[in-house]
Design a protein around this ligand. Structure first.
Ligand code: ADP
Length: 396
């Protein structure tokens, strides 16, 4: 038996997709459409070892989904075998606390939340509408990036700003990357043979975007991203935490308007801002090894911030059973893991360096047997997590 689910992740100029059979949890096809809205849009469609690339101008998401339909017709698997579509939805605000079956009211709700996620929710809705046209007879489900963090206690999600203003404009911490944190939390507990309900975890999702969460018995109790994905850790191009006074200061002394400051902090900061535009950790390591002082400082800033968060989450949790690394940097940059755990040696954390250096796509424990906290690498798989969540919603 096979139960294929199409998972769609629509960004402003891209669509990522996978067809996953949720019975065997195997990937039947993957693809990526890039440069939507530009004359040289391109689709890459993979089934097994076969890869097909087509260049074709795609003005919008409807055109992108039409081309996706065409490549499935040509190279398979047949789209009419798909039983449901799972859509990545970035911001669920306070409206959506779990994955939902998409109705007119749901797309309207996502549109109403566009003020909170102007770069993400509108393309998400455009993708849903286009996908509903090509697959009108199957259920469509929205899986929200914020949903896993809807359990945060009020003391964690409330900013200490004027209550009236905060309530009127929905200003609070929402958290992002929830699908990944949730998947990694469950996978890490199961891998270690632990009851999730009796496991306290700190998860470092370190990709281009980066966030950290404190999870008590499977329930998120704090996370570093906030109203938007700008808060928290140092990221590829985002600053993470800064003094909020920076906004008013730059407006005053540099005459920058809100858009200019937003761009500065989201697109020209983080590792990229500290490294003359280099945000990839492989490039940054190479620069550091060549003796570049700015890159060395950037890495120290990155580690300092991350260790400070881990320490504060250890305090919140009281007892930490697992410290878990995931996503592009967390899974691949063993030297970042070493840098973190060395800084936590005072708490009795120890890495087994020979295991830490091994490259693998599987979950693994990288700490020594006498480490006070078990340290793991658990590769994330947001597409599989979305397929599972989608199936949970539609399962009869
Ligand atoms: P996102 O999904 O947020 O775009 P990923 O989780 O795919 O990001 O992470 C991408 C980042 O992972 C890259 O920018 C790069 O810094 C880092 N990365 C990927 N592979 C390696 C590697 N072998 N060594 C160090 N860093 C890596």
């Amino acid at each position: 038996m096979s139960t294929p689910i199409l998972v769609l992740n629509c960004g402003s100029s891209s669509v990522k997709y996978q067809v996953i059979d949720v019975d065997s949890e195997t990937v039947l096809a993957t693809g990526l459409v890039e440069k939507i809205g530009l004359p040289d849009s391109v689709i890459a469609h993979k089934t097994g070892d076969d890869k097909h690339v087509i260049e074709e101008a795609l003005p919008d998401h409807t055109a992108a989904l039409a081309l996706i339909t065409k490549v499935f017709e040509t190279w398979g698997p047949p789209l009419d075998s798909v039983v449901a579509v799972g859509h990545r939805a970035v911001h669920g605000g306070e409206l959506f606390r779990e994955p939902v079956l998409i109705s007119e009211a749901v797309t309207q709700g996502m549109t109403d939340l566009a003020g909170l996620a102007p770069l993400h929710n509108p393309p998400g809705v455009a993708g849903i509408k286009a996908a509903q046209k090509i697959l009108p007879n199957v259920p469509h489900v929205a899986v929200f990036d914020t949903a896993f963090f809807s359990t945060l206690p009020a003391e964690a999600y409330t900013y200490a700003i004027n209550t009236e203003v905060a309530r009127k404009y929905g200003i609070r911490k929402y958290g992002f990357h929830g699908t990944s944190h949730s998947y990694v939390s469950k996978t890490a507990a199961a891998f270690a043979g632990r009851e999730l309900a009796d496991t306290n975890q700190i998860i470092c999702h370190l990709g281009n975007g980066a966030s950290i969460s404190a999870i008590k018995g499977g329930i998120a109790v704090d996370t570093s991203m906030g109203l938007t994905p700008l808060q928290g850790l140092v990221m590829g191009t985002r600053s993470g935490d800064v003094d909020p006074g920076v906004f008013a200061y730059l407006a005053r002394v540099a005459g920058m308007d809100s858009q200019a400051v937003d761009d500065l902090l989201n697109k020209q900061s983080g590792m990229s801002g500290l490294n003359e535009g280099a945000s990839d950790f492989r490039d940054i390591l190479a620069k550091t090894e060549a003796g570049d002082e700015d890159s060395k400082l950037a890495i120290d800033i990155y580690l300092h911030r991350l260790v400070a968060y881990i320490g504060s989450y250890m305090a919140l949790l009281g007892r930490t059973d697992q410290l878990i690394f995931t996503a592009g940097v967390g899974e691949n940059a063993e030297w970042i893991r070493t840098g973190i755990v060395e800084r936590l040696a005072g708490f009795g954390l120890r890495l087994d360096e020979s295991i830490n250096r091994v490259r693998s796509g599987d979950p693994r424990v990288i700490s020594t047997a006498d480490s006070t906290v078990s340290v793991l690498v658990v590769p994330t798989n947001e597409e599989l997590a979305m397929a599972r969540e989608t199936y949970k919603v539609i399962r009869p």
